[in-house]
Design a protein around this ligand. Structure first.
Ligand code: SF4
Length: 479
């Protein structure tokens, strides 16, 4: 069964439902605290971590500044090494390329390396509609797929599931998708991993076509890079005859040498490891070794829109490490599904509106899904100032509603404040009403506001009344 994020409610509605799920919150607190602790330990070992962050941000900024030229350079390098490059403006174009390649080779199944971008474009659903099965081979993605579930974390998509739930999913669903789980499967992590390995090995050995994304695409050498922890990616990238890689255009890195800071920042920020277990790189086709037909789909799907945004374009530096999710107090309580996208958490709260544009109630709710505490910025290895972008996007959302016939409550409040504050007598009148006004607000108008915050008590006397009474003499404060 295929599940998608299409039609998800705005964040506040989805968050309220998620908050009621105590099992989900327990799983999230446990998992994020564990990853957070590991990351903090390995980051503290690096003396020049801040310089490394600056270097990583500088590489990505350099790539984005000259993106048009770098992309052409990447296409030339890849083509020279035997790859076929396709350009896709949106999800439909990218999906069509992958489906066409699969049809040309007459395959009815593909194996997949974990890839955010193929989830973003709904590739599995497009393949399914064309009668082609897409098998996820990353352990967490396999759990999500077998469970008919949706991913809730960038790095650990099944973070909302605990071991017992995973064992039940394997027992119930593996047989429908291939090799069944052992009847006596326990919830021991090693037993679960062994069941997944046996199930997937059959698919690796059978599949004739693989689909991947890429963590980085090096323009000068025409090299794609996939960074993963389980080795499933390596199997997909080497065993099948045909490989299609869907790559967001922001993944470009100008030169091979500039991968250095990024490959040092990523594992420490994501899995809390000093070095990544499997880093696969490939450049086109090598006769007699690995896939003999390689396609690369360079995908826009809103990235040039994000690039055109002066404040928001820094989001395209993101290397999808998920450190911002693991430190976010909002994410820790509501989990990933509430964000209604494959990109959850703080990065999702800015990336989705930047890629899709504002104007949709679900997307417009995301910049408000933050307390602006700044923990995400502190954790981000490429120094994306997420709070700055959130505030910027909030202003765009409010601007977008200015012409609405029914303005947002914030707009009504701001207009009322502007009217009141623009004339002294109006302000005086408002001050006299303040005590009553706050009482009324507490009771009615601000009920939603005050359900989570304190509304201050009104002073017994306003400043202007005190001034009139005392003529500004401080020794006569009246009490
Ligand atoms: S915004 Fe920064 S911390 Fe968050 S996933 Fe992207 S690179 Fe990692």
């Amino acid at each position: 069964m295929t599940h998608t994020f299409v039609g998800m409610p705005p964040f506040p509605t989805a968050a309220r439902e998620a908050l009621a799920d105590t099992q989900l919150r327990h799983n999230l607190v446990h998992a994020t605290a564990t990853i957070r602790g590991k990351r903090a330990g390995v980051v503290a070992e690096v003396e020049n971590w801040e310089e490394l962050r600056l270097a990583g941000a500088a590489v990505k900024d350099r790539a984005l500044r000259g993106l048009d030229e770098r992309l052409v350079q990447l296409e030339e390098s890849l083509t020279a090494r035997g790859a076929v490059v396709h350009w896709a403006r949106d999800a439909a174009e990218a999906n069509r390329v992958v489906v066409d390649v699969a049809r040309r080779h007459g395959v009815d199944e593909v194996v997949k390396v974990k890839s955010m971008v193929t989830q973003e474009i709904g590739l599995n659903e497009a393949l399914q509609a064309a009668g082609i099965a897409a098998w996820e081979t990353d352990l967490a993605e396999l759990i999500v797929q077998l469970g008919g579930d949706l991913p809730s974390h960038i790095l650990v998509p099944a973070i909302h599931r605990n071991r017992a739930e995973i064992r039940d999913i394997f027992r119930r669903r593996m047989a429908e998708a291939g090799r069944p789980a052992p009847a006596d499967l326990s919830d021991d992590p090693a037993a679960l991993a062994a069941a997944a390995r046996a199930h997937l090995r059959e698919k690796f050995l059978r599949a004739r076509m693989a689909v991947s994304g890429a963590n980085f695409a090096v323009a000068d050498t025409g090299t794609l890079v996939v960074v993963e922890s389980e080795g499933n990616g390596r199997m997909c990238l080497t065993l099948p005859d045909v490989l299609v890689s869907v790559v967001g255009i922001e993944k470009v890195v100008p030169t091979w040498a500039e991968l250095d800071p990024l490959l040092r920042l990523l594992p420490r920020s994501s899995t809390g490891e000093r070095m990544n277990p499997y880093t696969s790189t490939w450049s086109g086709v090598t006769p007699g070794d690995g896939p003999q037909e390689v396609h690369v789909v360079l995908l826009d799907n809103g990235r040039t829109r994000a690039l055109a945004d002066d404040v928001g374009r820094q989001a395209l530096r993101c290397i999808r490490c998920s450190a911002c999710l693991n430190v976010c107090p909002v994410y820790e309580r509501v989990g990933g599904h509430a964000y209604g996208s494959v990109y959850p958490g703080p990065i999702g709260a800015i990336l989705n509106p930047l890629l899709k544009g504002t104007g949709d109630p679900q997307t417009d709710s995301l910049p408000y899904a933050s307390s602006l505490c700044g923990a995400c910025f502190e954790a981000c290895p490429v120094r994306i100032d997420i709070p700055e972008v959130l505030v910027h996007l909030r202003s765009k959302v409010v601007d977008g509603h200015r012409e609405d016939r029914v303005p947002k409550p914030e707009a009504i409040a701001m207009r009322s404040a502007a009217w009141t504050l623009s004339r002294g007598p109006r302000l005086g009148f408002a001050e006299r009403l303040t005590g009553t006004g706050l009482g009324v607000a507490r009771r009615f108008g601000a009920a939603r506001w005050t359900s989570a915050r304190d509304l201050p008590a009104a002073p017994r006397e306003s400043f202007r009344a005190w001034w009139r009474r005392t003529d500004g003499r401080l020794d006569d404060s009246g009490g």
